[in-house]
Structures are given as structure tokens and as C-alpha cells.
Ligand binder design. Structure first.
Ligand SMILES: [Zn+2]
Length: 601
């Protein structure tokens, strides 16, 4: 007889393991009252349209009113989405969530005048206005809007392009529908005889199976389906690339890459340096792959053998309380100020710990400018969850510093910087575990966990970034992006990355068909730069380099008050240069050697 593990109901979870959202709004009635106020404020906001360029004071008032409205909406959105996430079957909060989404769309439409109106102010006159003491703190805000001025078309042409947005997004929409709804996958059986219908999630799990036949079956069946639709996927991806190239061209950028990076205030050298350095350090990945083949004791290593853990999960039990203790001890290296915020998060009710029926899966750190940072977890007693706690707490403390040290205008941080704070904590946890754990099984697991994260984040995402740039460049030069053209390049690139120790199975050449991030316009490289930067910063901190902690805390406090590369420069990294990447590769090499030695014993 089968026993099915039943998740508890939301109402059955002890309250001290749930987050306390009454600290955001004391009651639903307060949320509803605030919602009405925001609706009213939104109706009035149009009155300031057309007034911004009149004087320094009208510019300040206009910006303040729009930001005040955004701030109200952020709080409503945080409350509704967290209430909804804790139990998505609760129709009361589903309705809140839907109302907030409608309000956000209305607010976006009503405040769409802000940027064009600021851009319409003659540059000389704007400079003059900015000199007014009233606008002293607004200079960077105005600069973020106007820095790419020469790439912005007149209002009429910009609104034509905006109106075509839906049509231009069609390739990406079709990809999503095909990938998420229409593709049908066959059933496969795991090592325990359990039958599954393949899906992206099940595929990832089956590739971790210790049984090579299970992995082989999952791989061949999965790619058989993608391969069958490769021409359709080529058409959707080609459409997306053409869109990016077209928009870059009409906005007078030299390439889609230049546009995507400029819009996030990132210099193209950051991207180029990443590609160069990773390509110069592929020998380490080749060594890692060779180690994998030896440890798994396989005559040949295939692409479907790259995800099975080399080391069995240690059967130590990490309860949530133990995990908090480990994370606190690891993060103590940051000093008392940082640690006091970790303690606040761990002892206040800011974490929603347990799984329950209807709760969203995964983990995140959220909240808003006017609330504490909250964390959603789905706790399991294993080491991976200890890492998740360290990761999300890295985001939470980053949010805490940014929200307390910056005005609302600069009170958030860009994606380019976000994952650095969370992965620095993961790296510090790794250092701490390697310093404190004596059990060779635990040490080997930690080393393997680190190496696999590095492989998946630095090497794999850079491989994606390189492919993404190649197809954009090729299309810009008139090359038709057919399935064969893209697969030919992808297969060669894959062989180049993983090296001679792995069989470059022909199916892997179709991997580009199934990567949703290729529809996110030069996004993936940030995973790689973020992980490497975090690796560098963690090293600086644990080896107690002078000023390392002060500089790091300044990064956490900076929010959007400066451009991301300047903030990282002040934190100690010039991300246009390769040094931080070289340091990260040195750590990878050192840990690879440690694992080799451990596994020989
Ligand atoms: Zn994260």
C-alpha cells in the first residue's frame, strides 16, 4: 500500500514558523483603505502632466508625487502577493492580487508621461534646473533618465514603437506557449520503477538519477521532442533576435548587445571580459569533467552524466533552528552591524518557513521599501536548504541596508547587483563549512556543491551568453537563423566548453531550443558576473583584507544612488577588468584539487 505524504493546511502551521504580515498592514481593512487611497491618488496624478518643465519646484513636485504613488502601490503589492503566495488556493487573497495587478497597470498608464516629459526639457535648461538646491538629491535620478538621451526617438516615434510592443513580443509569447503548453512528452521510468511524464522539472530530477539508463532515457526522450520542433523553435528565436536587432538599429546603437547593456548602465567591456576570461579558463572545466568520469566510474561520460551528484548527500539532519545557527555563525565574519540584522530577521517573524498546501514553491526574499524584508521558504532538513537560507538572507540584509540608507527614489537595487549579495553569503557559508566540518563526507559534499554551482553559473551561463551574442551578430550580418545553423554553432561551442572528456552527444546541439532566457535580451551574463564577483568579495572578507567589510557594507547601502559599475568599483571590483574573474577561477581550481584529494582517500 502506498502512503502519500500529505502537506499540512496553512491553518495547521504553528504561527512562529509563519511570517507576520500585520507588520505591513495590521488588517485587511487597512489594506483596503490604503488601496482606495492609492486609486484616488492615481486619478489625480494626471493633473501634473505637462507641468514638469515649468520650474525646479514643479519638477520636484511632479517627481515626488509620482514616486509617492509608486511607493503606496509597492506596499499594496507586497502585502497582496505575500498573502497570495502563502496559500494560492485562498480566493480572498487571489482577488487582492488581481486588484493590485489592475491598479499597477492603471498607474503605469497614468504616469507614462514622466520620462518623456523630462526628456522633452531642453538639456541646457535641465542642467540649469538641476543646480537649484531643491533638486540637489535628484541629479542622479534625472541622469538615469537622460543619460541615453541620444538613443531615444521623438515622442511620436517612441509611442508608435510602444504600441507595436505586443506584436514585437510575439516570438517570445509563441515560444512560451509551445514550450509550456503544447509540447507533449513521453513517460519515463526512474530507478525505482516509478513512471513519470517528462517535463522540464522531472527532466532535471531524472538527470540526477544514479542509474545511467534512467538518465539516458530522460535525455533522449526529452530531446527527441525538442528536436521534432526545432524548426519552429528556430523561427521563434530568430524572430526574437530580429526584434532586438531592429530596436537597436532604430535607436542608433551599434548592436543589440550595446543597447541591452546601456539600458542597464553596464559597459560592453564587462561582457567582453567575461567571455574572454571564461574561454581562457576552460581547462579547469575540462579537468572537472574528467574527474567526474573517474568518480562515476563510467567508460565514457555523456552530456546526461553532468548533473548526477558525485558525492552522496550526507545524511545529517539540518533542522531550521540548526540552520539558523550555522548561517549566523558563518555570517559573523561580517561584523556586529550586519549580524544584528540577520538576528532581527531570524528572531522576528519575517520568515515563512514550512511547506503547506497551496503555498508557492521555491524561495525568495521580498517585502517593500516600507516593510521589513520577508523571506519565503519551503523548508527541508538538508544542507541545500541551509544554503537557501544563507542566500535569501543575503538578499534580505541587502534590502534592509538599501531601504534604510537611501530615499525611496534610490531605495532598490538593479538585478546586476542583486545576486552578488546573495551569492557572497553562499560563498561565505562554503568557506565556513570547509573550516568547521571535519567529516570527509560532508566536506566532499560541500566542495561538490560549490563546483557544480560554479559550473552551472559561471561556465554554463557564459556559454549561453556567447551563443546569444553569436546569433545576434550573425543575424545582423544577414545570416538566416535556421535550426541547422544554430545547432551547428551550438554543438561546436558545447564541445569547446566541456572538452575532450565528454561525448558531445548530437542532441545537445538542440539545447538552444529550450532555454527561456534566450528571450530575455542579454540577461544571462549577469549570473556569471554576479557569481564571480561574489566569489571575489567573499575571499576578500574571509581573508580580512583591509577595509573589505566597510566597502562591502557600502555596496549594500548604495541601492540605486549610483551606477552599478561605480558601486562595484567602490566595493573593490573593476568589473571591466579580468582580475575578479581570475580570483574566482583560482578558488575553483583550489577546491577542485581539494575534492580530487578527498575522493582519492
Ligand atoms: Zn537570489
Amino acid at each position: 500500500m502506498k502512503t502519500v505524504k500529505q502537506l499540512p493546511l496553512r491553518s495547521e502551521i504553528p504561527s512562529d514558523l509563519t511570517w507576520d504580515l500585520t507588520l505591513v498592514f495590521p488588517s485587511d481593512a487597512d489594506f483596503e483603505a490604503a488601496f482606495k487611497q492609492a486609486e484616488l491618488a492615481n486619478q489625480k496624478i494626471k493633473q501634473i502632466a505637462g507641468t514638469l518643465g515649468q520650474s525646479a519646484s514643479s519638477l520636484k513636485t511632479g517627481i515626488d508625487q509620482v514616486l509617492a504613488l509608486y511607493r503606496q502601490v509597492d506596499k499594496l503589492s507586497a502585502y497582496a502577493s505575500m498573502k497570495n503566495d502563502q496559500d494560492t488556493t485562498n480566493s480572498h487573497y487571489q482577488a487582492y492580487q488581481a486588484q493590485v495587478e489592475t491598479l499597477i497597470a492603471a498607474v503605469n498608464a497614468a504616469t507614462a508621461f514622466l520620462e518623456p516629459e523630462i526628456l522633452a526639457i531642453a538639456p541646457q535648461y535641465l542642467k540649469q534646473l538641476e543646480q537649484d538646491p531643491l533638486l540637489q538629491d535628484y541629479q542622479h535620478f534625472l541622469d538615469m533618465i537622460t543619460i541615453n538621451r541620444r538613443h531615444i526617438l521623438d515622442q511620436e516615434r517612441e509611442s508608435l514603437l510602444a504600441a507595436a510592443g505586443d506584436v514585437l513580443d510575439n516570438s517570445s509569447n509563441i515560444f512560451n506557449i509551445l514550450d509550456n503548453s503544447d509540447l507533449k512528452f513521453p513517460n519515463v521510468t526512474d530507478e525505482n520503477g516509478q513512471e513519470y511524464q517528462l517535463s522540464a522539472g522531472i527532466y532535471d530530477t531524472l538527470l540526477e538519477s544514479p542509474d545511467v539508463t534512467v538518465r539516458y532515457q530522460a535525455f533522449t526522450n526529452f530531446y527527441q521532442v525538442y528536436g521534432q520542433f526545432k524548426n519552429t523553435f528556430a523561427a521563434t528565436l530568430a524572430g526574437e533576435v530580429k526584434k532586438n536587432n531592429y530596436l537597436a538599429q532604430v535607436h542608433h546603437y551599434d548592436s543589440a548587445k550595446d543597447q541591452a547593456l546601456a539600458e542597464n548602465y553596464i559597459a560592453p567591456q564587462v561582457y567582453d571580459t567575461l567571455i574572454t576570461e571564461v574561454n581562457q579558463h576552460l581547462d579547469l572545466l575540462h579537468q572537472y569533467v574528467a574527474l567526474r568520469r573517474r568518480v562515476l566510474n563510467l567508460p565514457q561520460l555523456h552530456m546526461y552524466d553532468l548533473y548526477v551528484p558525485l558525492v552522496a548527500k550526507p545524511d545529517c539532519d539540518y533542522t531550521f533552528n540548526t540552520a539558523k545557527e550555522i548561517v549566523q555563525n558563518a555570517l559573523a565574519v561580517f561584523g556586529t552591524d550586519y549580524l544584528s540584522h540577520v538576528e532581527e530577521i531570524f528572531t522576528g517573524r519575517y520568515i515563512d518557513v514550512m511547506e503547506n498546501q497551496g503555498k508557492v514553491s521555491g524561495a525568495y526574499s521580498g517585502g517593500c521599501y516600507d516593510s521589513a524584508p520577508y523571506e519565503l521558504l519551503n523548508w527541508q532538513n538538508n544542507l541545500d536548504n541551509v544554503y537557501t537560507l544563507a542566500h535569501e538572507t543575503g538578499h534580505s540584509v541587502h534590502s534592509w541596508y538599501t531601504r534604510h540608507y537611501q530615499p525611496y527614489m534610490y531605495g532598490d537595487y538593479p538585478i546586476f547587483l542583486a545576486e552578488i549579495a546573495s551569492t557572497t553569503n553562499e560563498n561565505i557559508l562554503t568557506e565556513y563549512l570547509l573550516q568547521t566540518q571535519t567529516d570527509p563526507k560532508v566536506r566532499a559534499y560541500v566542495l561538490n556543491y560549490y563546483l557544480d554551482s560554479f559550473k552551472g553559473t559561471v561556465y554554463r551561463q557564459t556559454q549561453f551568453a556567447q551563443f546569444e551574442h553569436y546569433i545576434h551578430q550573425s543575424a545582423a550580418q544577414g545570416q538566416a537563423l535556421t535550426a541547422d545553423f544554430m545547432s551547428d554553432y551550438y554543438g561546436k561551442l558545447n564541445a569547446h566548453y566541456y572538452g575532450p572528456a565528454v561525448i558531445n552527444d548530437p542532441q545537445i546541439a538542440w539545447e538552444w531550443t529550450r532555454i527561456p532566457h534566450f528571450y530575455m535580451d542579454y540577461y544571462v551574463y549577469q549570473y556569471a558576473t554576479g557569481f564571480a564577483a561574489a566569489s571575489y568579495l567573499a575571499k576578500q572578507i574571509v581573508t580580512q583584507q583591509p577595509q573589505a567589510i566597510t566597502k562591502y557594507l557600502n555596496y549594500l547601502k548604495a541601492g540605486n544612488s549610483n551606477y552599478p559599475l561605480n558601486i562595484m568599483q567602490e566595493a573593490g571590483i573593476d568589473m571591466t577588468k579580468g582580475e575578479y574573474l581570475k580570483t574566482a577561477f583560482a578558488t575553483f581550481a583550489q577546491r577542485l584539487n581539494e575534492l580530487k584529494t578527498l575522493l582519492k582517500q
